[in-house]
Write a protein that binds this ligand. Structure first.
Ligand SMILES: Nc1nc2c(ncn2[C@@H]2O[C@H](COP(=O)(O)OP(=O)(O)O)[C@@H](O)[C@H]2O)c(=O)[nH]1
Ligand SMILES: [Mg+2]
Length: 360
């Protein structure tokens, strides 16, 4: 799974990317046209705890790929324009994170020459709607021609769906707010429509805002017409500086600044949430590991994530929830307490289940 940090130039994307990846990428990325990619561990206290209990040879976190997309800059005519390279980068992402500048800093210019979070968000929204509209329009034309020529039932079903999408986008509404059934979602999945992708918005604040974060975020929320989109405040520069410190010092400074959860953790957690993902664990002396699955995935699908063979040869899953394991301390004790279960392939895996797959 990939999340893309997208936004205007100098909104703090690379600074945030550096914090997330734990390295300083701010110089390396200057003026680069292509996106930087980093595979990032999803922080998980439960996995740390399991590692303490099992002392395995290896601990493997669930991961997510973060893309630092080159920002949109002012072109020669003084306007900020969307480029094809930019759109191609963004299309490959599974979820998008707008990174919006709200920090004031005289030494850092803004491609639109002033700080205005709402304008910047609406700029991105409009460009993405426009890109989807153009795609849908050409798809409709193509389908109309093909439907006349061919007897393909799929094409006949696709046309009304694309027309429905077109009407929605034309009314300036994101496709993610359109109700689609499973089949429709499947039909659209190959097209990489931008406003269909899960979205969250990160607002990059400066120190002067530390005492009125809630007011700023509330005011942005009321002005925006973006129902259901999560808006996450963070302090790009401070958090980057903190990430360079030891864990102990970081904790102290975070407390001083009143930052309860780091931007890193908030953004990764939100990405998981908007992508509809969660984790299950496998444990043992060799390895403790967190695996990523979709909410509502079955035990058989979870087994398939571990190994494709396990999907086909699935017999049963041994299941104990993490909380129960923590409470009882061992599998035999869990059995005694009746919290160790054998589940079939249709079982819906819960976030934090510890699984062991029986297969043929
Ligand atoms: N004061 C302040 N400066 C920031 C903040 N975030 C980023 N910057 C600075 O803004 C400039 C552009 O940041 P960068 O992360 O490269 O932006 P990008 O173009 O979106 O990747 C750099 O000089 C950063 O140090 C912030 O929260 N506060
Ligand atoms: Mg950058």
């Amino acid at each position: 799974m990939q999340i893309g940090l997208v936004g205007l130039q100098y909104s703090g994307k690379t600074t945030l990317f550096s914090t997330i990846s734990g390295t300083d990428k701010t110089d390396a990325s200057q003026g680069k046209e292509e996106a930087q990619i980093e595979v990032v561990n999803i922080p998980d206290e439960r996995l740390n705890k399991l590692t303490e209990m099992f002392q395995p040879k290896k601990t493997v976190h669930a991961t997510i790929e973060v893309y630092d997309t080159p920002g949109l800059r002012m072109s020669d005519d003084g306007k900020v324009k969307i480029t094809t390279t930019f759109l191609n980068n963004v299309r490959n992402n599974d979820a998008l994170f707008y990174i919006i500048r709200q920090f004031a800093e005289d030494t850092v210019s803004h491609p639109m020459n002033s700080i205005d979070a709402i304008r910047d968000i609406e700029f991105l929204d409009t460009e993405f709607l426009f890109s989807d509209l153009a795609f849908l329009e050409s798809r409709i034309e193509k389908l109309k021609k093909e439907v006349m020529k061919s007897k393909d039932e799929r094409l006949k079903k696709e046309l009304p769906l694309i027309e429905k999408c077109y009407a929605h986008v034309e009314a300036e509404k994101h496709l993610r707010t359109l109700t689609l059934d499973e089949n429709e979602t499947k039909m659209l999945s190959g097209y990489q429509l931008l406003t269909l992708k899960p979205l969250a918005i990160g607002i990059n604040l400066d120190e002067s805002s530390i005492n009125n974060v809630n007011d700023i975020i509330d005011s942005i929320k009321t002005k925006l017409n973006n129902p259901g989109v999560e808006i996450i405040p963070f302090f790009g520069k401070i958090e980057f500086e903190l990430s360079q410190l030891s864990a102990e010092d970081r904790a102290t400074f975070m407390q001083d600044y009143g930052i309860k959860e780091s931007a890193l953790s908030k953004i990764l957690r939100t990405s998981y949430e908007i992508l509809g993902l969660h984790s299950f664990f496998t444990v043992g002396e060799d390895e403790c590991r967190a695996w990523t699955i979709r909410k509502n995935d079955t035990a058989q699908q979870a087994a398939g994530v571990i190994h494709t063979d396990f999907f086909n040869k699935f017999i049963r899953a041994e299941v104990v929830h993490y909380e129960e394991y923590l409470k009882h301390g061992s599998f035999p004790k869990c059995k005694e307490a009746g919290v160790w279960r054998l589940e079939g392939k249709e079982y819906i895996v819960k976030d934090g289940d510890i699984l062991s797959i029986r297969h043929s």
